[in-house]
Design a protein around this ligand. Structure first.
Ligand code: SF4
Ligand code: SF4
Ligand code: SF4
Length: 373
């Protein structure tokens, strides 16, 4: 009975955070696989907002050396985020996205734990977490056009430029894509045809991942090379959905990406895919030779090619402005042009969080109170 309680406490703790903890049954099973009851008990008291170990030690009444050792172990397991700024170290509980959809897969290693976790996490996302996560009006990731597919460069804002985004950072790392890795391990799915070492993290997140041996440090030039390889492979660049763009660049595929996959597979009325970019595909009919390649590479079926009639049909309402078709067109017949009006992008990660909470009927001020120590 006591064991059950500690897992329930952990579920309740996650329910207080931004993304909540939908579907308690599968979630309990997942927690039981990765945590002992004692670990679940301790984690249920670690806040999602960052605090120093000294402060946590006083509040939780656990000797600081003992607590730091446990927190560092959780950090290596991708469960607790460890921020280091100079000598100052703070710890924050990772949310369910970090814990299940991201860090376990970043190493690219198929160990016993990951082999066991993959089918369950996929089921949890598809049946319980995903429909609620993708059901929000504000989407967590935003498509950004492939570099150099926008002809009129005067229209490109810095937050729409995936390469300029790199200038905000001093530290770069690459990890394996959680969505593709999870599906590659799960025997219920075919292996992805896309590369996996394409998830890019910067500064505090990148340092955390490298220091804890779950990512690899790379240079800015290597990041640019990975972006190019991703574009060559037909992957879609995604940034966190805020003007500051966050500390991650995703390179998403149409088969297993948690955003794009939902677009093609989850039933209506779940809002779909990545947040659209400020751009939309525009074709120069005179240059087009009707080869149909753009329809083949479009990740979300916004283009259809009727072979016999050599006709291209464009579903403008679906186009997320990723530029994959423009990048791949052999005749340079596609340009990404600015859409009418500007997309309503949250100013910062904080603003994104406020919108998300408000959509869930929660008060941001009360939320801070509930999640503070
Ligand atoms: S969101 Fe995209 S890049 Fe990120 S882990 Fe999923 S598929 Fe990979
Ligand atoms: S890939 Fe280019 S040339 Fe081929 S059908 Fe599409 S727009 Fe036309
Ligand atoms: S048509 Fe498809 S590939 Fe082209 S920009 Fe739109 S969503 Fe991307």
């Amino acid at each position: 009975m006591a064991e059950k309680d500690s897992y329930q406490k952990l579920i309740d703790h996650h329910n207080k955070w931004v993304f909540g903890a939908p579907g308690p049954n599968l979630l309990r099973e997942l927690f039981e696989i990765i945590f002992t009851p004692e670990e679940a008990e301790l984690l249920s008291k670690i806040p999602f907002m960052p605090y120093k170990a000294n402060y946590l030690s006083k509040k939780l009444k656990i000797p600081v050396e003992e607590l730091t050792k446990k927190l560092d172990d959780f950090a290596q397991r991708g469960v607790v985020f460890r921020y280091q700024e100079g000598k100052r170290v703070r710890y924050a509980h990772g949310d369910l996205i970090l814990m299940f959809l991201r860090t376990p897969w970043w190493t690219g290693i198929d160990d016993e734990l990951n082999t066991k976790l993959a089918p369950l996490v996929n089921k949890y996302y598809e049946e319980e977490f995903g429909p609620e996560f993708m059901g929000q009006t504000t989407i967590a990731m935003r498509a950004v056009p492939v570099n150099q597919t926008v002809e009129d460069t005067r229209t490109i804002m810095p937050y729409d430029d995936v390469v300029k985004h790199l200038d905000h950072f001093e530290y770069y790392s690459v990890s394996h894509c959680g969505c593709r890795r999870r599906h590659n391990i799960d025997p219920a799915y075919e292996k992805s045809k896309y590369p996996t070492e394409t998830c890019l993290h910067f500064d505090a997140l990148g340092r955390y991942a490298v220091e804890n041996n779950i990512s690899r440090e790379i240079t800015k030039e290597e990041v640019k090379e990975i972006l190019k390889q991703a574009a060559d492979a037909g992957l879609v660049h995604g940034l966190e959905n805020s003007i500051d763009g966050g500390v991650t660049i995703c390179n998403c595929d149409p088969d297993y990406c948690l955003y794009l996959d939902s677009m093609l597979k989850m039933p209506d009325p779940v809002p779909k895919g990545l947040q659209k970019s400020n751009y939309i595909r525009e074709i120069d009919e005179e240059k087009c030779i009707k080869c149909g390649l753009c329809a083949k590479v479009c990740p979300i079926e916004a283009l259809e090619f009727i072979k016999d009639e050599k006709e291209l049909i464009f579903h403008a309402e679906k186009c997320m402005g990723c530029g994959v078709c423009a990048y791949k067109c052999p005749k340079g017949a596609i340009n990404m042009k600015h859409r009418e009006g500007e997309a309503d992008i949250p100013e910062s990660g904080m603003e994104f969080g406020k919108r998300w909470l408000t959509e869930r009927g929660r008060e941001p001020a009360k939320f801070i109170q509930e999640n503070s120590l």
